[in-house]
Design a protein around this ligand. Structure first.
Ligand SMILES: C[S@@+](CC[C@H](N)C(=O)[O-])C[C@H]1O[C@@H](n2cnc3c(N)ncnc32)[C@H](O)[C@@H]1O
Length: 302
């Protein structure tokens, strides 16, 4: 049933409801999590099963000791890393209740003064992935996507399940995460469309040149020093040149690049890409979080 037929059915139903009960019914439709079951699709169930498999294969903080720069940057901020693909809001609440995670940190060790701890994730959540493939990107049938820094592979698995992309390539610099992605691709039989490449993206200009969609989710900031970040962005800018190709970034390119000024002065994006407006006001179930979605930006190569 399409949207307009569904609206007609609902209006027909509402016309038959006792007017005294109508406000309660509408309130229930707006706020009840009973309706959330209708937002669970088969693809989400597969993604949840992959997340469950991965949770048993990585440490709880989903970071490896080889990622010393990322660990150091997180430690220096008032943030803690919780991987949003592995742990949804409900799982985070459960970890907090079990005392395995805290939502607060101590402002002065030993005192009672605490402040809310900001969580940062190195992966998209399943909710963000549904937003990405259903509401941000157009029909991708037959096209090729490159996920720069594919980590646990969340973008690749969601792209496999939620789109008809012909080819999904994940490029990841960390060998530990390459092993995990290969394990999932094999177990879930994704190898006909997903490829995993263990490399620094700067050594893969050919992949960037052929890509129709390039995903850059918080990709360099936590993992590379300033000079390497500038080098990586220049490589992206020089090679993602196919007219009409799409780039998805978190945060916006302007925000990522302004953190690199003034040394990143060569990185002027205006002659290269235009930003496309997105509608963030999309209901994706009770765990919808418009503030998180607003971090996602879409650009088209000119
Ligand atoms: C925040 S994670 C992105 C995860 C994934 N794309 C997602 O959205 O769920 C960034 C990843 O980029 C990788 N990375 C950083 N610099 C890279 C580079 N130059 N080449 C390839 N991977 C890189 C990091 O190792 C890290 O796993």
């Amino acid at each position: 049933m399409d949207l307009s037929a569904a609206k007609n059915e609902i209006m027909h139903l509402l016309s038959r409801v006792d007017p005294r009960e109508l406000p309660k019914l509408v309130e229930w439709m707006k706020n009840s999590d009973e309706l959330d079951n209708y937002f669970i699709d088969n693809e989400k169930v597969v993604l949840q099963s992959i997340a469950e498999d991965l949770r048993t294969s990585v440490p709880p903080e989903a970071t490896f000791s080889s990622e010393s720069l990322a660990l150091q940057k997180i430690r220096q901020s008032s943030r803690t890393h919780v991987d949003a693909f592995l742990y949804d809001e409900e799982a985070v609440d459960a970890l907090c209740e079990e005392g395995k995670l805290s939502r607060n940190y101590c402002l002065h060790c030993g005192s009672q003064r605490t402040a809310p701890l900001e969580f940062i994730s190195h992966s998209f959540s399943i909710m963000e992935l549904r937003f990405l493939f259903h509401h941000v990107l157009p029909d991708l049938t037959g096209l090729m996507l490159v996920d720069v820094g594919s980590r646990l592979g969340a973008v690749l698995y969601a792209g496999y399940l939620y789109s008809s992309l012909a080819r999904l390539v994940g490029v990841e610099i960390s060998s530990e995460f390459i092993g995990l992605q290969k394990m999932v691709v094999q177990k879930y039989d994704f190898a006909d469309r997903i490829e995993i490449v263990h490399a620094d993206i700067c050594t893969q200009p050919g992949l960037l040149q052929s890509a129709d969609v390039v995903v850059l989710n918080n990709v360099f900031e936590y993992f590379l020093d300033q000079d390497s970040q500038i080098r990586a962005w220049l490589c992206i800018q020089q090679n993602v040149r196919k007219k009409g190709a799409l780039l998805v970034t978190v945060p916006s390119m302007q925000e990522a690049l302004s953190a690199l000024q003034p040394s990143g002065d060569g990185l002027d994006i205006s002659p290269w890409v235009e930003e496309l407006p997105l509608n963030y006001d999309v209901y994706l179930g009770m765990d919808s979080d418009p503030d998180t979605l607003k971090q996602i930006h879409l650009y088209r190569v000119l």
